[in-house]
Design a protein around this ligand. Structure first.
Ligand SMILES: Nc1ncnc2c1ncn2[C@@H]1O[C@H](COP(=O)(O)OP(=O)(O)OP(=O)(O)O)[C@@H](O)[C@H]1O
Ligand SMILES: [Mg+2]
Length: 269
Protein backbone atom coordinates (compact mmCIF):
# COMPACT_ATOMS: atom_id res chain seq x y z
CA UNK A 1 0.00 0.00 0.00
CA UNK A 2 2.71 2.47 -0.85
CA UNK A 3 2.99 3.99 -4.34
CA UNK A 4 6.14 2.14 -5.30
CA UNK A 5 4.31 -1.14 -4.73
CA UNK A 6 1.79 -0.15 -7.45
CA UNK A 7 4.62 0.29 -9.89
CA UNK A 8 6.62 -2.72 -8.78
CA UNK A 9 3.57 -4.99 -8.66
CA UNK A 10 2.25 -3.92 -12.06
CA UNK A 11 5.47 -3.91 -14.06
CA UNK A 12 5.43 -7.68 -14.10
CA UNK A 13 1.92 -7.70 -15.63
CA UNK A 14 2.80 -4.88 -18.03
CA UNK A 15 5.77 -6.91 -19.30
CA UNK A 16 3.62 -9.96 -19.90
CA UNK A 17 0.89 -7.97 -21.69
CA UNK A 18 3.49 -6.21 -23.83
CA UNK A 19 5.06 -9.54 -24.79
CA UNK A 20 1.63 -10.98 -25.72
CA UNK A 21 0.68 -7.95 -27.82
CA UNK A 22 4.00 -7.93 -29.64
CA UNK A 23 3.57 -11.61 -30.42
CA UNK A 24 0.08 -10.91 -31.71
CA UNK A 25 1.41 -8.30 -34.14
CA UNK A 26 4.17 -10.69 -35.21
CA UNK A 27 1.55 -13.38 -35.86
CA UNK A 28 -0.38 -11.00 -38.10
CA UNK A 29 2.83 -10.20 -39.92
CA UNK A 30 3.57 -13.88 -40.38
CA UNK A 31 0.23 -14.73 -42.01
CA UNK A 32 -0.71 -11.46 -43.63
CA UNK A 33 2.18 -10.95 -45.99
CA UNK A 34 0.54 -8.06 -47.82
CA UNK A 35 -1.03 -5.78 -45.21
CA UNK A 36 -3.02 -2.76 -46.31
CA UNK A 37 -0.84 0.21 -47.09
CA UNK A 38 -2.16 2.14 -44.09
CA UNK A 39 -0.95 -0.62 -41.76
CA UNK A 40 2.36 -1.04 -43.50
CA UNK A 41 2.96 2.70 -43.31
CA UNK A 42 2.05 2.79 -39.66
CA UNK A 43 4.43 -0.05 -38.84
CA UNK A 44 7.17 1.86 -40.56
CA UNK A 45 6.32 5.19 -38.93
CA UNK A 46 6.51 3.79 -35.43
CA UNK A 47 9.56 1.71 -36.36
CA UNK A 48 7.85 -1.41 -35.15
CA UNK A 49 10.97 -3.51 -35.54
CA UNK A 50 12.87 -1.29 -33.11
CA UNK A 51 9.93 -0.99 -30.70
CA UNK A 52 9.47 -4.75 -30.48
CA UNK A 53 13.14 -5.12 -29.67
CA UNK A 54 13.35 -2.22 -27.21
CA UNK A 55 10.08 -2.44 -25.27
CA UNK A 56 11.05 -5.56 -23.27
CA UNK A 57 14.39 -3.93 -22.42
CA UNK A 58 12.70 -0.71 -21.30
CA UNK A 59 10.32 -2.64 -19.09
CA UNK A 60 13.07 -4.73 -17.61
CA UNK A 61 15.16 -1.70 -16.68
CA UNK A 62 12.03 -0.13 -15.16
CA UNK A 63 11.68 -3.27 -13.09
CA UNK A 64 15.28 -3.01 -11.88
CA UNK A 65 14.72 0.67 -11.02
CA UNK A 66 11.49 -0.05 -9.15
CA UNK A 67 13.23 -2.85 -7.29
CA UNK A 68 15.98 -0.47 -6.16
CA UNK A 69 13.47 2.14 -5.01
CA UNK A 70 11.60 -0.54 -3.10
CA UNK A 71 14.81 -1.59 -1.34
CA UNK A 72 15.58 2.04 -0.52
CA UNK A 73 12.09 2.68 0.84
CA UNK A 74 12.45 -0.40 3.02
CA UNK A 75 15.84 0.80 4.21
CA UNK A 76 14.60 4.30 4.99
CA UNK A 77 11.73 2.85 6.93
CA UNK A 78 14.02 0.48 8.77
CA UNK A 79 16.56 3.28 9.24
CA UNK A 80 14.27 5.89 10.69
CA UNK A 81 11.96 3.55 12.57
CA UNK A 82 9.42 6.33 12.31
CA UNK A 83 6.80 4.08 13.74
CA UNK A 84 8.70 3.51 16.98
CA UNK A 85 9.42 6.19 19.55
CA UNK A 86 10.17 3.72 22.30
CA UNK A 87 13.04 1.51 23.30
CA UNK A 88 12.78 -1.86 21.66
CA UNK A 89 14.99 -4.90 21.28
CA UNK A 90 16.48 -4.67 17.78
CA UNK A 91 18.98 -6.33 15.53
CA UNK A 92 21.91 -3.90 15.32
CA UNK A 93 23.19 -5.46 12.09
CA UNK A 94 19.94 -4.62 10.32
CA UNK A 95 20.41 -0.99 11.36
CA UNK A 96 23.99 -0.97 10.06
CA UNK A 97 22.98 -2.62 6.80
CA UNK A 98 20.12 -0.24 6.08
CA UNK A 99 22.41 2.71 6.81
CA UNK A 100 24.97 1.29 4.37
CA UNK A 101 22.30 0.82 1.73
CA UNK A 102 21.28 4.46 2.02
CA UNK A 103 24.93 5.47 1.69
CA UNK A 104 25.55 3.00 -1.17
CA UNK A 105 25.55 5.66 -3.83
CA UNK A 106 28.42 7.44 -2.06
CA UNK A 107 30.43 4.23 -1.68
CA UNK A 108 30.38 3.48 -5.40
CA UNK A 109 33.23 4.46 -7.69
CA UNK A 110 33.15 8.11 -8.87
CA UNK A 111 35.09 9.64 -11.76
CA UNK A 112 37.74 11.02 -9.40
CA UNK A 113 37.47 8.52 -6.55
CA UNK A 114 37.50 4.71 -6.62
CA UNK A 115 34.97 2.50 -4.88
CA UNK A 116 35.10 2.51 -1.08
CA UNK A 117 35.02 -1.04 0.15
CA UNK A 118 33.14 -1.90 3.33
CA UNK A 119 34.45 -4.86 5.30
CA UNK A 120 31.96 -6.28 7.76
CA UNK A 121 33.18 -8.29 10.71
CA UNK A 122 29.85 -8.91 12.35
CA UNK A 123 29.95 -10.90 15.56
CA UNK A 124 27.20 -12.89 17.17
CA UNK A 125 24.99 -10.23 18.75
CA UNK A 126 21.83 -10.65 20.77
CA UNK A 127 18.99 -8.18 20.26
CA UNK A 128 19.83 -4.84 21.83
CA UNK A 129 17.33 -2.67 23.64
CA UNK A 130 17.66 0.81 22.20
CA UNK A 131 16.10 3.70 20.31
CA UNK A 132 16.79 2.11 16.96
CA UNK A 133 16.16 5.16 14.77
CA UNK A 134 18.48 7.31 16.83
CA UNK A 135 21.20 4.71 16.96
CA UNK A 136 21.00 4.40 13.18
CA UNK A 137 21.50 8.15 13.05
CA UNK A 138 24.77 7.64 14.95
CA UNK A 139 25.91 4.98 12.45
CA UNK A 140 24.95 7.34 9.63
CA UNK A 141 26.96 10.25 11.07
CA UNK A 142 30.09 8.20 11.65
CA UNK A 143 29.90 6.40 8.30
CA UNK A 144 29.20 9.63 6.40
CA UNK A 145 32.23 11.24 8.09
CA UNK A 146 34.30 8.21 7.08
CA UNK A 147 33.23 8.58 3.46
CA UNK A 148 33.90 12.35 3.54
CA UNK A 149 37.40 11.89 4.87
CA UNK A 150 38.24 9.09 2.43
CA UNK A 151 36.91 11.14 -0.50
CA UNK A 152 39.01 14.17 0.36
CA UNK A 153 42.06 12.00 1.06
CA UNK A 154 41.67 10.42 -2.37
CA UNK A 155 41.41 13.84 -4.02
CA UNK A 156 44.50 14.97 -2.18
CA UNK A 157 46.68 11.96 -3.08
CA UNK A 158 45.42 11.55 -6.62
CA UNK A 159 43.46 8.87 -8.46
CA UNK A 160 46.39 6.58 -9.26
CA UNK A 161 47.53 6.31 -5.65
CA UNK A 162 43.90 5.98 -4.48
CA UNK A 163 43.29 3.03 -6.76
CA UNK A 164 46.62 1.36 -5.88
CA UNK A 165 46.11 1.61 -2.12
CA UNK A 166 42.33 1.87 -1.73
CA UNK A 167 40.83 2.91 1.61
CA UNK A 168 38.24 0.68 3.20
CA UNK A 169 35.76 1.08 6.02
CA UNK A 170 35.75 -1.78 8.49
CA UNK A 171 32.75 -2.41 10.72
CA UNK A 172 33.21 -4.79 13.60
CA UNK A 173 30.56 -5.75 16.11
CA UNK A 174 31.03 -7.71 19.29
CA UNK A 175 29.24 -8.80 22.38
CA UNK A 176 31.38 -7.95 25.39
CA UNK A 177 31.24 -8.98 29.01
CA UNK A 178 28.75 -9.41 30.48
CA UNK A 179 26.01 -7.46 28.81
CA UNK A 180 27.34 -4.81 26.49
CA UNK A 181 27.79 -4.57 22.77
CA UNK A 182 30.38 -2.64 20.83
CA UNK A 183 30.29 -1.44 17.24
CA UNK A 184 33.65 -0.30 15.85
CA UNK A 185 33.91 1.68 12.67
CA UNK A 186 37.42 2.12 11.30
CA UNK A 187 38.30 4.26 8.34
CA UNK A 188 40.62 6.51 6.50
CA UNK A 189 43.95 8.14 7.07
CA UNK A 190 43.51 9.35 10.66
CA UNK A 191 43.25 12.87 12.01
CA UNK A 192 45.45 15.49 13.61
CA UNK A 193 45.50 15.79 17.40
CA UNK A 194 43.93 19.28 17.37
CA UNK A 195 40.94 17.92 15.39
CA UNK A 196 40.63 14.92 17.67
CA UNK A 197 40.49 17.18 20.73
CA UNK A 198 37.46 19.04 19.36
CA UNK A 199 35.62 16.24 17.53
CA UNK A 200 32.59 16.22 19.79
CA UNK A 201 32.28 19.99 20.21
CA UNK A 202 29.01 21.31 18.79
CA UNK A 203 29.58 23.23 15.54
CA UNK A 204 33.21 22.12 15.23
CA UNK A 205 33.82 21.32 11.58
CA UNK A 206 36.76 21.35 9.20
CA UNK A 207 34.44 21.05 6.20
CA UNK A 208 33.69 23.89 3.80
CA UNK A 209 30.71 26.17 4.44
CA UNK A 210 27.54 24.46 3.31
CA UNK A 211 29.01 20.97 3.63
CA UNK A 212 29.21 20.32 7.36
CA UNK A 213 27.38 21.84 10.30
CA UNK A 214 29.72 20.29 12.84
CA UNK A 215 26.80 18.77 14.70
CA UNK A 216 27.03 15.13 13.58
CA UNK A 217 29.33 13.88 16.30
CA UNK A 218 28.02 16.05 19.10
CA UNK A 219 24.49 14.76 18.45
CA UNK A 220 25.84 11.20 18.19
CA UNK A 221 27.59 11.62 21.52
CA UNK A 222 24.34 12.75 23.14
CA UNK A 223 22.46 9.80 21.68
CA UNK A 224 25.01 7.24 22.82
CA UNK A 225 25.96 8.69 26.20
CA UNK A 226 22.80 10.34 27.47
CA UNK A 227 20.07 8.32 25.83
CA UNK A 228 21.73 4.91 25.94
CA UNK A 229 24.15 5.26 28.88
CA UNK A 230 26.97 4.13 26.65
CA UNK A 231 30.35 5.36 25.45
CA UNK A 232 31.37 6.90 22.16
CA UNK A 233 35.14 6.88 21.75
CA UNK A 234 37.54 7.77 19.04
CA UNK A 235 41.09 6.57 18.58
CA UNK A 236 43.02 8.18 15.81
CA UNK A 237 46.46 9.19 14.70
CA UNK A 238 47.57 10.61 11.36
CA UNK A 239 48.82 7.85 9.09
CA UNK A 240 47.49 5.14 11.41
CA UNK A 241 43.77 5.56 10.85
CA UNK A 242 40.68 6.30 12.89
CA UNK A 243 38.43 4.02 14.85
CA UNK A 244 35.17 5.09 16.43
CA UNK A 245 33.65 2.73 18.94
CA UNK A 246 30.10 2.78 20.18
CA UNK A 247 29.56 0.77 23.31
CA UNK A 248 26.10 0.39 24.81
CA UNK A 249 24.48 -1.86 27.37
CA UNK A 250 22.25 -4.62 26.07
CA UNK A 251 19.45 -3.40 28.28
CA UNK A 252 18.83 -0.01 29.74
CA UNK A 253 19.32 0.44 33.45
CA UNK A 254 15.84 1.67 34.30
CA UNK A 255 14.62 -1.74 33.32
CA UNK A 256 17.48 -3.47 35.09
CA UNK A 257 16.78 -1.58 38.30
CA UNK A 258 13.06 -2.17 37.94
CA UNK A 259 13.60 -5.88 37.48
CA UNK A 260 16.05 -5.97 40.41
CA UNK A 261 13.48 -4.24 42.61
CA UNK A 262 10.76 -6.66 41.57
CA UNK A 263 13.17 -9.55 42.18
CA UNK A 264 13.92 -8.29 45.68
CA UNK A 265 10.22 -7.79 46.31
CA UNK A 266 9.42 -11.32 45.27
CA UNK A 267 12.28 -12.57 47.46
CA UNK A 268 10.87 -10.63 50.43
CA UNK A 269 7.44 -12.01 49.71
N1 LIG B 1 36.60 9.64 10.51
C1 LIG B 1 37.14 10.87 10.59
N2 LIG B 1 38.40 11.10 10.15
C2 LIG B 1 38.94 12.33 10.24
N3 LIG B 1 38.31 13.42 10.71
C3 LIG B 1 37.04 13.25 11.15
C4 LIG B 1 36.39 11.98 11.12
N4 LIG B 1 35.16 12.12 11.64
C5 LIG B 1 35.04 13.42 11.97
N5 LIG B 1 36.14 14.11 11.68
C6 LIG B 1 36.38 15.54 11.91
O1 LIG B 1 35.50 16.00 12.91
C7 LIG B 1 34.75 17.11 12.48
C8 LIG B 1 33.40 17.11 13.15
O2 LIG B 1 32.60 16.02 12.70
P1 LIG B 1 31.02 16.12 12.76
O3 LIG B 1 30.47 14.89 12.18
O4 LIG B 1 30.62 16.49 14.14
O5 LIG B 1 30.69 17.37 11.87
P2 LIG B 1 30.80 17.49 10.28
O6 LIG B 1 30.92 16.16 9.65
O7 LIG B 1 31.87 18.49 10.00
O8 LIG B 1 29.40 18.13 9.91
P3 LIG B 1 27.97 17.38 9.95
O9 LIG B 1 28.20 15.99 10.48
O10 LIG B 1 27.15 18.19 10.88
O11 LIG B 1 27.50 17.40 8.56
C9 LIG B 1 34.73 16.97 10.97
O12 LIG B 1 34.56 18.22 10.33
C10 LIG B 1 36.10 16.37 10.67
O13 LIG B 1 37.09 17.37 10.64
MG1 LIG C 1 29.61 14.58 10.19
Amino acid sequence: NNPINFIYGNIHHASEYARDLLELVQLYQKYDLNPRSEIAEYLENIDFHFVSDDLPKVLSSMKIGADRILQLVKSFRNFSRLDEGKMKPVNIHEGLDSTLLILQIRLKAQPDSPLIQVVKNYGNLPLVECYAGELNQVFMNILANAIDVIESYNLERGYQEAITNPCAIAITTEYSTPNRITVRIADGPGMAENVKQRLFDPFFTTKPVGKGTGLGLSISDQIVVEKHKGFLRCESAPGKGTEFSIEIPLRQEVRQIASLVSLQRSEVA
